[in-house]
Design a protein around this ligand. Structure first.
Ligand SMILES: Cc1cc2nc3c(=O)[nH]c(=O)nc-3n(C[C@H](O)[C@H](O)[C@H](O)COP(=O)(O)OP(=O)(O)OC[C@H]3O[C@@H](n4cnc5c(N)ncnc54)[C@H](O)[C@@H]3O)c2cc1C
Length: 856
């Protein structure tokens, strides 16, 4: 065993071996994987070995597609077979709502390079004859699904990594991790200490314990999971013989079941409602290649539905039931990347679908370690996406909820109840008394909308417009015509101070820093000139700045700020989180209202648009920004939590004469739509450049050498390929939710949509024949449905909804830059729930395009 290496990867499951392989492939060969026992001694060995590309997050889906195409490569390099069975698979819908869900997934696939197809239950039955198709209303076929040998695959990664020069040390547990002042890690193992520049936690079932070695409680929990294997079945053998192919994989949402052929029988697994965590507090170090006792009672309700839906399986004898643990984060996606607050400590854990995601996780993490950036939009997997609130008990409740809902529909207006309320502001009870429907905003209870008096404050979940539509409209109209107040505690807030604070921010941000008492809006870029932040910054004093940003990105941004902080202590950064809360008032009467609560002149001239002041509001010390996300005349008022009730009550009292209303987050988001304002993590994400994101006026290339300047200058010089635009959509009773394809009537391929077979996986038709060569290339666009006569998919929606004041359904999204200014009717359509609706680009914001109202 070497005593010094560049990186140590802890854990020899499929994820650790993939990370090792990708690091070696990227050129870091002075690396070592340390495994406690033999390879695959965690959850990897007893996995069902299924893989698929679909994921709720399109960016994660891309990395899953990469994983599937990788298997051929590692087989070739290692000489080890993964026993790949690329059978294809179907997802079965039993209700119209589930069919809507499949339509959405299918539509998304159009620009993700996926060849999914909506098919009838009978077509599905032809590929999996054990089902009773009368239980279903439709299905979606995905040719890139299948199964493999979990151990063989893990070994293939490890052998490929070794061939590239990596070292693997087995039967050697890492017992402690300490760090020297110079950042070197001491990886203390049973066989001695290894010094390493970087450490990667791929501990799988023990990832939480490895996190604790460095003082971090990772939001990860293992759950017991069962699948059964039947005895050989004559029906299976007969199907194989008569068709010359294997039965496909089937996912049955209603039964919470996945099933497929395994040898001459069937494998059937469940995500049961009565799920059970495993080792909820500490994972025993002596657990290894053993299985957990099966518990048929727990999965009986799923099996009952399963046997009804697949009567062919009920007749078969059960050969074995496998019950094993594997890990989940709160939302079921992995935890990947550098841990905020530590240097060179990386995570690749909570990977619940190691054989769908392991390759993508390895690639993204190795890119990040070697090149400083994951190379993909990995926000959906970023280890910083959960805050301190995601402790052991919170994680336990949320992971159980996620597991039990794995095959449930999540509606766009659906808030999930587990582990809530976690964080509340002092106004929580007041908001409930006001009949607020609350939502979870990065662990904080936040009012979404207010139900009318006498009505139950509850969302009726739906893909269509729902019971919040009328009340939100009222909130918007009252705000736009009079004045409204809303809670904004769920914004991120930071203070940057010290003699070099301004230089620091000038280096990080694309816009010039404001003069004292003024505010600027500014994006932040990474070295590759991609958008990694969007902030409001106020200069409070010569050496002190206040910053507001996206709540969900607080740890993500802190990690970036800390990475670039000067080592000499000349800049300090403080994240307030819930130690600073806020209220926003907006609407034409907001100034009159605020003037009643302050003892200073806030007339247009004395307190201009984009001014910042510290002032007492209703007697409470506050920070006030003359800006609101509604795009109207308005203010953001920030205070310590102890004063929030006082200020709110003062606003309510003073607002009575102006007809003040409470409004929630959904009204705020509706108002931003009619101003064409983007949102972070929807319109603005690290896959877009600043000119693509239409942030031109905030990019001051001439100001100084900020991070990403060179790449941004190049983007501007060459012209962006894509452009963010706003649409007015001729919608019916459903508005866009995000991720819908945008069609255009154009003759030319703009090349912005993923190329067919960009991920190189072989493709099969429904009869099981592989489509090869030019036929595959020619047929691909048609199969995938990105070309339809004169129409082509040219882009995708990022977000949207109903803009209540202008009474229009609106969407924002990305299209080829050449089309971005074209406002002609008949040029675009947006696919909402399977129906293509006419849409028209709206270059100017439909509400107050000149911005006069904000400035008055
Ligand atoms: C019943 C069942 C069915 C499943 N079916 C599927 C499926 O069909 N498809 C799919 O994609 N996924 C499936 N999974 C999930 C899959 O198994 C996991 O996603 C995958 O195994 C995660 O791999 P990993 O490398 O992160 O973790 P693990 O496999 O748990 O590996 C972690 C490794 O780290 C080692 N380690 C931990 N701590 C230390 C230490 N301190 N020092 C040294 N070594 C250490 C462990 O010994 C272990 O070998 C299934 C899981 C189960 C239980």
């Amino acid at each position: 065993m070497k005593s010094h290496v560049k990186a140590v990867v802890i854990g020899g499951g499929v994820v650790g071996c993939s990370v090792l392989y990708h690091l070696a492939k990227a050129g870091w060969t002075d690396i070592m994987l340390i495994e406690r026992s033999e390879l695959t001694s965690g959850s990897s060995w007893h996995a069902a070995g299924g893989f698929h590309t679909l994921n709720g997050d399109p960016n994660v889906a891309k990395l899953q597609a990469y994983t599937v195409q990788l298997y051929k490569e590692i087989e070739e390099i290692s000489g080890q077979s993964c026993s790949l069975h690329l059978t294809g698979g179907v997802m079965m819908a039993d209700t119209p709502e589930r069919m809507d869900f499949l339509r959405l997934a299918h539509a998304k696939g159009r620009y993700l390079g996926m060849d999914t197809e909506l098919i009838t239950p009978s077509e599905a039955k032809a590929m999996f004859p054990l089902m009773d198709e009368t239980n279903f209303v439709g299905a979606m076929w995905d040719p890139v699904e299948g199964h493999l040998d979990p151990s063989g695959t893990t070994i293939a990664y490890s052998k490929a990594a070794k061939k590239l020069g990596a070292e693997i040390v087995l039967r050697n547990r890492v017992v402690e991790l300490t760090q020297e002042v110079d950042g070197t890690w001491n990886v203390v193992t049973e066989q001695g200490t290894v010094k390493a520049e970087h450490v990667v936690n791929c501990g799988g079932l023990w990832a939480r314990e490895i996190g604790r070695m460095v003082g971090v409680e990772l939001p990860v929990l293992a759950m017991e999971h069962m699948y059964l294997l039947t005895e050989p079945m004559p029906e299976v053998e007969e199907f194989n013989k008569s068709t010359g192919r294997e039965m496909i994989g089937v996912l049955d949402f209603k039964g919470e079941i996945y099933t497929r052929q395994e040898r001459n029988g069937i494998l059937l697994g469940t995500y049961e409602k009565a799920c059970k965590p495993w080792s909820p507090v500490n994972t025993p170090w002596d657990f290894g290649h053993e299985l957990l006792p099966p518990d048929l009672d727990r999965i009986a309700p799923s099996l009952e539905i399963g046997f009804k839906h697949f009567p062919g399986i009920e007749k078969a004898g059960i050969k074995q039931i496998i019950n094993g643990p594997f890990t989940f984060a709160l939302d079921g996606n992995p935890l990947v990347g550098p841990v905020q607050g530590l240097t060179n400590f990386w995570c690749a854990c909570a990977v619940m679908a190691g054989f769908s995601q392991g390759g993508g996780v390895g690639l993204a993490l190795s890119n990040w370690m070697v090149h400083g950036d994951p190379g993909f939009d990995v926000w959906g997997m970023d280890v910083t996406r959960f805050g301190e609130w995601a402790g052991l008990r919170y994680t336990n409740a949320k992971v159980r909820e996620n597991y039990s809902r794995r095959f449930s529909i999540r509606f766009p207006n659906e808030e999930l109840p587990a582990a809530r309320p976690a964080q509340t502001t002092p106004l929580y009870d007041t908001m409930l008394a006001n009949n607020a429907v609350m939502g979870d905003s990065w662990g904080l209870e936040t009012p979404l909308w207010f139900a009318p008096k006498g009505k139950e404050p509850r969302d009726i979940v739906s893909f269509h417009r729902s019971n919040d539509f009328g009340p939100i409209g009222e909130e918007v109209r009252a705000t736009r015509e009079r004045v409204g107040v809303t809670e904004i505690a769920n914004f991120a807030k930071y203070e940057v101070s010290g003699p070099a604070a301004e230089d620091f921010l000038n280096r990080l941000m694309t816009n010039r820093m404001p003069k004292t008492g003024r505010i600027v809006l500014t994006p932040m870029l990474n070295e590759f000139g991609k958008l990694i932040g969007d902030f409001t910054i106020a200069k409070a004093a010569e050496d002190r700045f206040m910053i507001w940003g996206s709540s969900a990105a607080q740890k993500y941004h802190m990690r970036w700020f800390e990475k670039h902080l000067p080592k000499d202590g000349s800049v300090r950064i403080h994240r307030f989180d819930q130690t600073l809360v806020g209220l926003s008032i907006a609407g034409p009467k907001s100034r009159d209202l605020l003037q009643k609560l302050v003892d200073v002149d806030i007339s247009t001239k004395a307190f201009r648009f984009m001014d910042f002041r510290e002032m007492a509001v209703g007697g409470a010390p506050c920070l006030v920004n003359r800006i609101t996300y509604t795009g109207d005349l308005g203010y953001e008022i920030w205070m310590a939590p102890a004063y929030q009730r006082l200020v709110y009550q003062a606003i309510k009292d003073a607002g009575e004469e102006f007809g003040l209303v409470d409004f929630g987050m959904r009204a705020l988001l509706s108002m931003r739509l009619e101003k064409n304002f983007p949102t972070w993590f929807r319109e603005l994400r690290p896959i877009y450049g600043p000119f693509e994101g239409a942030m031109d006026r905030f990019i001051k290339l001439e100001k100084n050498d900020f991070i990403g300047r060179e790449a941004a200058a190049k983007e501007q010089a060459e012209g962006p390929k894509l452009r963010r635009v706003s649409f007015i959509v001729d919608a019916a009773d459903a508005d866009v939710m995000g991720d819908e394809p945008i069609w255009a009537k154009v003759s030319k391929d703009y090349g912005t949509v993923e190329k067919p077979h960009g991920y190189g996986a072989p493709r099969f038709d429904k009869s099981g024949k592989e489509i090869r060569g030019s036929k595959a290339a020619e047929g691909a666009s048609a199969v995938r449905g990105i070309v339809d006569g004169d129409w082509r998919v040219v882009g995708w929606v990022t977000s949207g909804g109903y803009a209540h004041y202008v009474q229009k359904s609106m969407a924002q999204g990305y299209v080829p830059a050449a089309l971005a200014e074209d406002e002609s009717a008949g040029l675009f359509e947006i696919e909402i729930l399977g129906h293509r609706r006419p849409a028209r680009i709206n270059v100017e914001a439909p509400f107050d395009p000149s911005g006069e109202k904000m400035r008055t």
